[in-house]
Design a protein around this ligand. Structure first.
Ligand code: ADP
Ligand code: MG
Ligand code: MG
Length: 252
């Protein structure tokens, strides 16, 4: 079992404090969801976990199996088993989708355990079929000209190929029609198991009907203010943030 622990995390962008003491513990085998109003710092949290250098950690720790990873670069964190599906995946012209995934898989597996081309293609075929993705998408440049929905589906393909220990999925459901939402959920549920944990950032309870979370966190004003089970997401859907913020005495 692996553990990812966020302890009293403070993060600033351009000297403005965005995260004001986030605490969160997740273990493999669990699916966590984070919900929270716009601008509350959800994407900032995911960027800080992954090690984006534009986000300055001013206080606190991020521990992966007890080891502080704050000094590690993005690629080192990826090799350790962290994966981020960004809210707005970037286009990388000049590198094909398949090349990118194979490089990422091999970086994670190490020099002595590289995946063979045959094994890679076999796995790719299987995962693309699961996600109803046309074969030609593997050979296209990474995210270039992909529609919003195709980008999201492609993030899940990367997830299934790279098989990280912990995945952070930032608004993986935004802009998806109902069929695509089901496909994306199927992909995430396929990863469920004792060697995998996920942190799903979403605005909508709808996604959580397909991927039932073990733990739900509400984030407001740069902090996790409430943690509960799947019922918390349903309550939020019914009451909105107003009810919860009034109850907790938070102004937002
Ligand atoms: P969420 O994902 O919860 O909607 P974000 O983490 O994207 O929130 O943003 C939190 C706050 O940080 C917002 O006020 C946003 O304007 C600000 N912010 C995020 N990224 C940047 C950036 N690169 N430069 C300046 N401010 C930023
Ligand atoms: Mg947002
Ligand atoms: Mg966001």
């Amino acid at each position: 079992m692996s553990v990812l622990e966020i302890k009293d995390l403070h993060v600033a962008i351009d000297d403005k404090e965005i995260l004001k003491g986030v605490n969160l513990v997740m273990k493999t085998g669990e699916i966590h969801a984070i919900m929270g109003p716009n601008g509350t710092g959800k994407s900032t949290l995911s960027a800080a976990i992954m090690g984006n250098p534009n986000y300055e950690v001013t206080q606190g720790e991020i521990l992966f199996d007890g080891k502080n990873i704050l000094d590690l670069e993005v690629d080192e964190r990826a090799r350790l088993g962290l994966f981020l599906a960004m809210q707005y995946p970037s286009e990388i012209p000049g590198i094909s989708n398949a090349e990118f995934m194979r490089a990422a898989m091999n970086a994670r597996r190490g020099e002595d355990d590289k995946i063979s081309v045959m094994q890679f293609l076999k796995k790719l075929d299987k995962k693309m079929e699961l996600l109803n993705m046309p074969e030609e998408m593997a050979e296209r440049y990474l995210n270039e000209g992909f529609s919003g929905g195709e980008k999201k589906r492609n993030e899940i393909l990367q997830l299934l190929m790279i098989e990280p220990t912990f995945a952070i999925l930032d608004e993986i459901d935004s802009g998806l029609d109902i069929d695509a939402l089901k496909v994306v959920s199927r992909g995430i549920n396929e990863m469920r198991g004792e060697n995998f944990g996920a942190l799903i950032i979403t605005h909508y309870q709808r996604l959580l009907n397909y991927i039932v979370p073990d733990v739900v966190h509400i984030m407001m004003e740069g902090r996790v203010v409430l943690t509960g089970d799947a019922d918390l997401a349903r309550r939020l859907e019914a009451e909105g943030y107003a009810g919860i913020s009034a109850e907790l005495g938070i102004e937002y």
